[in-house]
Design a protein around this ligand. Structure first.
Ligand SMILES: *[C@@H]1O[C@H](CO)[C@@H](O)[C@H](O)[C@H]1NC(C)=O
Ligand SMILES: *[C@@H]1O[C@H](CO)[C@@H](O)[C@H](O)[C@H]1NC(C)=O
Ligand SMILES: *[C@@H]1O[C@H](CO)[C@@H](O)[C@H](O)[C@H]1NC(C)=O
Ligand SMILES: *[C@@H]1O[C@H](CO)[C@@H](O)[C@H](O)[C@H]1NC(C)=O
Ligand SMILES: *[C@@H]1O[C@H](CO)[C@@H](O)[C@H](O)[C@H]1NC(C)=O
Length: 432
């Protein structure tokens, strides 16, 4: 059943259109200020962390010098609290001159000079969530033009202080206004998050036509509780959400908080793995100047990034929720490959989860599996029982290659790296 899906699904997607700006054919990646830096405007007392051009320049330096850019992390995104409390004499938004003395256009050039892109933030209401000037209906055109003149590459349109009627008009209008500037600007819509995130209130077909990505649900916070809540909401509603995603249009479960304070290493791996399964945008919100090597290794894991960035852009699903507290997630990938994640909700000790690929509905054949965190590989017949030890609040994640025609040589090679005979049915028991 699963092996057939990758063949069928692209035909379904052909019927639905994505926003036609040519952008974000794979989930966008980069860095976004909000979760870690919020509305810190106190540059006198907190010059390193306040929302200022220095912060964004620092992050751009790290992205371009520490190997992030080459992996795809190219957006540097400003969030709320960047502007002056007043529009200028021509009615245009302006950056706070104290914190952005060189202005946004200069900051965009700083990004472009380093092969990076700049994102900016606005709000559909009279005010932004942080109380700065909003972009209500009558300001949409002038603000879109301003962002284009500044050579901004992405725009997040929040929804505080606006009502459903205004949102219905404003989100499509901004899409048109951005297009009319002639500058390709990635468009992130917070609209569904303000309307409960689910049909019938949210029309995902329409969102896919006007936005590149959209926040469906609550803001992420720097805690495991928040990450788990988001995981449960997105996979609990996967039937409504997964088909909305595809090249150029993505569900956005919000930022990666890996490298901050709230997640253990196990939980950090879980966030990375499940964001890849979800084909989620990968926007880190952390301090790249001081990030630990452990967090960096997770965020820079090439195999997980390539799973996240799979060109088919099919959002994965939770396929099992076991009474034991183990969840299994699956995402079809190009070249008939797939990704599997085994996640433990347990809080006692590593749990030895036992299954086989055929129990997970893989078709008959011999598969090559690659553990993305341990870099171990093995060949696995669909019928072979295996055991994965999954740590509390942690994951095991596999890249599973297309089945090869069964051959003896394959089975001989299956008996390596911890493989053992379980003696029950004669099949080798593979433990990775
Ligand atoms: C604007 O929309 C048209 C038609 O959908 C598309 O061909 C064009 O590339 C878009 N331009 C920009 C800058 O997004
Ligand atoms: C939404 O806000 C506008 C003012 O911008 C107001 O005219 C309209 O009545 C409001 N609609 C609802 C449903 O509250
Ligand atoms: C959702 O949006 C699409 C595209 O704009 C439209 O064709 C469809 O009628 C809408 N569906 C509903 C239920 O409003
Ligand atoms: C994928 O599998 C289908 C049948 O299951 C096969 O026809 C096709 O050639 C395979 N594609 C690749 C790239 O292996
Ligand atoms: C496997 O397929 C059967 C039949 O379609 C389905 O009932 C079952 O839930 C599937 N199991 C998994 C793990 O996807």
């Amino acid at each position: 059943m699963h092996a057939a899906l990758p063949v069928l699904v692209p035909a379904l997607f052909a019927a639905t259109l994505a926003l036609d700006n040519g952008l974000m054919r794979t989930p966008p990646m980069g860095w976004l200020a909000w979760e870690r830096y919020r509305c810190d405007i106190d540059c006198d007392n907190d010059p390193k962390n306040c929302i200022s051009e220095n912060l964004f320049r620092d992050m751009a330096d790290r992205l371009s010098e520490d190997g992030w850019r080459e992996l795809g992390y190219v957006y540097v995104n400003i969030d709320d609290c960047w502007s002056s409390k007043q529009r200028d004499k021509q009615g245009r938004l302006q950056a706070d001159p104290k914190r952005f003395p060189r202005g946004i256009k200069d900051l965009a050039r700083y990004m472009h000079d380093r092969g990076l892109k700049l994102g900016i933030y606005g709000d559909m209401g009279t005010y932004t969530c942080g109380g700065y000037p909003g972009t209500p209906l009558d300001k949409i055109q002038i603000d879109a033009q301003t962002f284009a003149e500044w050579e901004v590459d992405m725009f997040k349109y929040d929804g505080c202080y606006s009502n459903a009627t205004e949102q219905e008009q404003g989100y499509p209008l901004m899409s048109k206004a951005l297009n009319a500037t002639g500058r390709p600007i990635g468009y992130s819509c917070s609209w569904p998050a303000y309307q409960g995130g689910l049909p019938p209130k949210v029309n995902y077909t329409q969102l896919g036509e006007i936005c590149n990505l959209w926040r469906n649900y609550d803001d992420i916070q720097d805690s495991w509780n928040s990450v788990l809540n988001i995981i449960d909401w997105f996979f609990g509603n996967q039937d409504a959400l997964a088909s909305a995603a595809g090249p150029g249009r993505w569900n956005d479960p919000d930022m990666l908080v890996i490298g901050d304070f709230g997640l253990s290493m196990e939980q950090s791996r879980t966030q990375m793995a499940l964001w890849a399964i979800m084909a989620a945008p990968l926007f880190m919100s952390n301090d790249l100047r001081t990030i630990s090597s452990g967090a960096r290794n997770i965020l820079q894991n090439k195999m997980i990034i390539s799973i996240n960035q799979d060109p088919m852009g099919i959002q994965g699903r939770r396929i099992l929720k076991e009474k034991s507290g183990i969840d299994v997630y699956w995402r079809p990938l190009s070249k008939n490959a797939s990704a599997l994640v085994f996640f433990s909700r347990r809080d006692d000790m590593p749990y030895r989860y036992r299954t086989s690929l055929s129990k997970l509905n893989y078709t008959t054949g011999s598969y090559k599996i690659f553990d993305v965190f341990t870099n171990k590989a093995a060949a696995l017949k669909d019928s072979t029982e295996f055991v994965v030890p999954v740590n509390p609040s942690g994951v095991v994640m596999w890249y599973v290659s297309a089945p090869a025609a069964p051959s003896r040589r394959h089975y001989k090679r299956a008996r390596f790296q911890g493989s053992a005979d379980d003696g029950e049915n004669g099949d080798p028991l593979v433990v990775l």
